[in-house]
Design a protein around this ligand. Structure first.
Ligand code: GLU
Length: 496
């Protein structure tokens, strides 16, 4: 059997962590087992509230682009559920013909009022699932004339007896009696198919074998099974074992840092916002992977590790809480381990507006040193601000300001001396080793420690005390720029 999984986002907004995690798990599971991973956009509910003020088409485009950026690639072109309307409606026609569904003329208000018409009041149990009186008067022609004012919906005729058992990879075996499953709507009164109908038909038609999704869909699974079985009874679906109902794994939700449900309606961050902040997709994928799945003590998983190791038994049984500091530290790890050329390429979109060729070249050269302490691509750019422009006085960094303010006359004269030594260094020898030698020899000939000289030079040339190795910074800035920064700048007391 070929394993086929799917990610079925509703295009109500941007892709968020929860959706990306569902997509990732389905992708990994299919890849691991040599199967297929599909993306199907569930756009059946046109009235779905759009969370991001956008429209469905833009949301679809953006969800697909974000998946692509994360490296979660569908094995076939993504499909739109709405393209299968005709098939969904045809299934309903056949369910009606086989007595597995019925036209219901109850208005919404009436449906609410009569919602216990056929409900079974099991001892001690409040049971108010909906069973319309229309389930036994299902000849459309016979009833239509008396209900001109109400356009009917079509409901599934859920059996009154029996139960459904689902063996979920996370939740275990759970049984729900049919009297807890309402006669839910398959076709709305405007004739449009509902999500509950479309999802079952599409999963069947696409031969989905495994459904991995958030556990907010767990209760839907029972309705979906009821419909699946009705389709088998009506002869619409093949009930042979080779076409068994898809297996499922309902994963616990992700909680935000406060322990509340992470929800896109409550301003959860989109995948695009992480990208814009300079998070690498491989770090984000690693982070998302661990939000609900684990393998021993492992924390770092490349995509190929994840494909190799992912399994449903490693899924967590309780909700994971998001920790953005964890994401930053993972991102730092991936930043430090990227090949330099790759890192440089990924930094390009973050260069400040108006960066010229010299500034760009300096900064990209400096990226190697800057990445050591950076948490994001954006961070690398801000830590390397001095490669784009000379620090402006007064310095923004209080520590660097303090260094300049406390440097005394001795230091000033050493700096003058250092500037002369730098000036006399031949251009072809301007490299970090020669610069270190000059800093050392100047400091020791004046009886000062290396730091006493290096700190004000760092403050003047980089404007910040957290810059990378000083000699490397000066080597990259170049001789002329270094001399200019040492000359144009001044110590706190204007000693230079
Ligand atoms: N469209 C549903 C959602 O975005 C997912 C449905 C499913 O996976 O069956 O929550």
């Amino acid at each position: 059997m070929t394993i086929i999984t799917r990610f079925a986002p509703s295009p109500t907004g941007d892709l968020h962590i929860g959706g990306a995690r569902t997509a990732l798990y389905n992708f990994l599971y299919a890849r691991k087992l040599g199967g297929k991973f599909l993306v199907r956009v569930e756009d059946t509910d046109k009235k779905h509230k759009l969370c991001n003020g956008g429209n469905v088409d833009d949301n679809v485009r953006s969800i697909l682009a974000e998946l692509n950026w994360l490296g979660i690639e569908s094995d076939e072109a993504a499909t739109l559920q709405s393209a299968n309307y005709a098939r969904h409606k045809d299934v309903v026609e056949r369910l009606l013909a086989q007595g597995q569904a019925y036209y219901c003329y109850d208005s919404v208000a009436r449906a609410d009022r009569d919602s216990v018409v056929y409900a079974r009041q099991a001892a001690g149990k409040k049971n108010n699932v909906f069973r319309s009186a229309w389930r036994d008067k299902d000849k459309k022609g016979a009833t239509q004339s008396t209900h001109k004012d109400v356009a009917p919906v079509v409901r599934l005729k859920v059996p009154l007896e029996g139960s459904i058992t689902i063996d979920d990879s996370v939740k275990g075996e759970v049984t729900l009696s049919h009297d807890q499953i309402d006669d839910f709507v398959l076709l709305r009164s405007d004739g449009s198919p509902t999500y509950m109908l479309s999802v079952v038909v599409d999963d069947y038609d696409q031969r989905i074998t495994h459904i991995i999704r958030g556990d907010d869909h767990f209760t839907n699974s029972f309705r979906q099974r009821a419909l699946y079985r009705a389709c088998c009874v009506a002869g619409i679906f093949d009930s042979a074992p080779k076409r068994a109902e898809p297996a499922c794994a309902h994963i616990p939700l992700v909680l935000d840092e406060n322990g509340d449900k992470l929800s896109k309606r409550k301003g959860a961050r989109s995948i695009g916002s992480f990208r814009d902040d300079g998070i690498l997709p491989e770090a984000l994928v690693n982070f998302i992977l661990r939000l609900g799945w684990g393998h021993g003590d492992g924390e770092i998983f490349s995509q190929s590790d994840a494909i190799r190791l992912f399994d449903l038994t490693g899924l967590n049984h309780s909700a994971a809480r998001i920790s953005y500091s964890r994401l930053e530290s993972l991102n730092g790890h991936y930043l430090r381990n990227l090949p330099l050329a790759d890192l440089q390429q990924r930094l390009e979109p973050f260069l400040p507006h108006g960066t010229d060729a010299t500034q760009r070249a300096r900064f990209l050269k400096g990226a190697e040193g800057l990445r050591k302490r950076a948490k994001s691509l954006r961070d690398i750019v801000s830590l390397g601000d001095f490669y784009f422009r000379a620090p402006s006085m007064p310095l923004a960094d209080p520590q660097a300001r303090e260094v300049l303010a406390s440097s005394d006359r001795d230091v000033s004269s050493v700096l003058l001396q250092l500037r002369d030594s730098f000036a006399s260094l031949h251009d072809s020898c301007w490299d970090s080793a020669s610069i270190t030698d000059l800093l050392r020899s100047t400091a020791s000939s004046d009886g000062l420690g290396f730091a006493a000289v290096a700190r004000p030079v760092r403050a003047l040339c980089a404007g910040r005390m957290d810059s990378p190795d000083l000699s490397e910074v000066l080597a990259i800035l170049g001789k002329d720029e270094t001399l200019a920064r040492l000359k144009n700048s001044h110590l706190g007391n204007s000693h230079l």
